[in-house]
Design a protein around this ligand. Structure first.
Ligand code: ZN
Ligand code: ZN
Length: 452
């Protein structure tokens, strides 16, 4: 019984492309009493692995917190695996605003002490006495109330690229740090103000709202489903977005655009920019904001030191980072001295620039394609190749892609091909197809059909 990943991220990325299927990025959470988290974890792994589901999931005695990528065609089957548990019947799945087939490349389910590291002792207050859940429209209305204080319960690197206008954005690196800071800051407003809170998907507010009610706050509200769900609702209902900028997300996309406002700067040159990246030096991996120009000049590094290191032989790089723990730096820091234009704490409520529509440089230009087969034979002089069709089929006029280590990526439109010695218009599985190519193909070059 396979209970863990057997594929590398790279192998998985190729498989996803070869399958050519749309994937959905989604998240959900549920607080519930789980008697045996280890068994729960293993059962989920088996059910989800069979559905080609990927993601990062935490389970604990207190529930489940999941961020995932699911093949679109398996969504209903996936929902069935959730609804097998009473506490997940009718659960809300927060679908991402922007999808990317590579948002997750592994299925990792971990048993943890808690599903969110909040640093709270749950036995000291009633965790079920939560704040009032607000939908986007109600949330907009309460933000207009002068008696409202709105607090961002995310970390500095998240609020830096996007937040609700006029929100308090604590300068913290972890959720647990923000709780006492906010409690202290709002000491004198426990009874007279509306304490309105939000986070990425709603989970952090579930516990925080109960904690603040326990601390004596009378009017506690939370954004239902967080920014992800808010963005969906303003789009569907044509509401004004009081959130500006990007919603930082914890997968390979690092952010999804909610409005065209760019409110942050490239940490290196100060140009308006809200694209996060991780330093190219594996011994650093700092999370920071970098524009395209700096990315090119600095080769995706955060500093000249890191730039020097990535040009060293690999053995020296490994020697330098031996004994250093860098794994947990991925989503932290961003506070390096080298980064001159970093902002946290008080943040602007207006845009520095507008993002160009549809151009998100963090997202690779993705081509939808399906694998048809491999090159079986080639004729050097005639520049002709023969491919065996193993999947789908081929038609005259199809746009195809031929790839291989030497061939690279070659796109062309097929105007003529031969099957069994005769010119024809379609080829099916099993057919050997011969056609001209304006370059030399190699044995085992892969043939794809481009779908868009
Ligand atoms: Zn820059
Ligand atoms: Zn670095």
């Amino acid at each position: 019984m396979q209970l863990y990943n057997t594929l590398s991220a790279e192998e998985r990325a190729v498989m996803i492309d070869d399958a050519g299927k749309q994937r959905l990025t989604l998240s959900f959470y549920a607080y519930a009493k789980i008697e045996d988290p280890k068994k729960f974890r293993d059962d989920l792994f088996l059910a989800w692995n069979a559905l080609d589901a990927l993601g990062r999931i935490y389970v604990a005695n207190e529930g489940i917190n999941a961020q995932m990528s699911i093949p679109e065609e398996n969504l209903e089957a996936f929902r069935t695996t959730l609804e097998a548990y009473d506490f997940m019947k009718g659960i809300r799945l927060n679908e991402a605003v922007e999808h990317d087939d590579h948002s997750f490349l592994k299925l990792t389910i971990k048993v943890r002490h808690k599903i969110v590291a909040d640093g709270l002792n749950d036995d000291t207050f009633d965790v079920t006495n939560i704040g009032v859940h607000l939908k986007a429209k109600e949330f907009n209305e309460i933000l207009d109330d002068p008696n409202t204080i709105v607090v961002d319960f995310r970390n500095h690197y998240e609020s830096e690229v996007g937040h609700f206008k006029n929100a308090i954005t604590p300068d913290v690196e972890t959720f647990r740090e923000s709780l006492p800071i906010i409690n202290e800051q709002l000491q004198n407003h426990k009874e007279d103000k509306n304490l309105v809170m939000y986070c990425t998907g709603g989970i952090r507010c579930e516990k925080a709202s109960a904690y603040f009610k326990h601390q004596g706050f009378k009017n506690v509200f939370q954004l239902e489903g967080g920014i992800i769900n808010y963005a969906k609702q303003i789009e569907a209902e044509g509401l004004e977005s009081k959130f500006i900028g990007k919603n930082f997300v914890f997968d390979n996309r690092l952010g999804e655009r909610i409005t065209d406002d760019i409110i942050s700067q490239c940490h290196q040159c100060g140009k308006p920019c809200d694209n996060h990246t991780n330093c190219e030096n594996d011994g650093c991996h700092l999370l920071f904001i970098q524009c395209d120009d700096c990315k090119a000049a600095m080769e995706n590094c955060c500093s000249t030191e890191c730039l020097e290191i990535i040009h060293m032989p690999l053995v020296d790089q490994v020697r330098l980072r031996t004994g250093k723990q860098v794994g947990n730096k991925v989503f932290r820091k961003g506070k390096s001295e080298n980064l001159k234009f970093k902002h946290s704490g008080e943040l602007p409520n207006t845009a520095l620039a507008a993002a160009e529509k549809q151009v998100d440089i963090r997202q690779k230009v993705k081509v939808k394609k399906v694998l048809l087969g491999k090159a079986e034979h080639y004729y050097v002089k005639a520049q002709v190749g023969q491919f065996t069709i193993e999947n789908h089929g081929l038609n005259i006029g199809d746009k195809i892609l031929i790839t291989g280590p030497t061939t690279g990526e070659q796109e062309l439109i097929l105007n003529k091909f031969i099957v069994d010695g005769a010119e024809t218009t379609t080829a099916k599985i099993g057919d050997k197809v011969t056609f001209e190519v304006p370059f030399r193909i190699r044995l085992s070059d892969k043939l794809y059909k481009i779908l868009n």
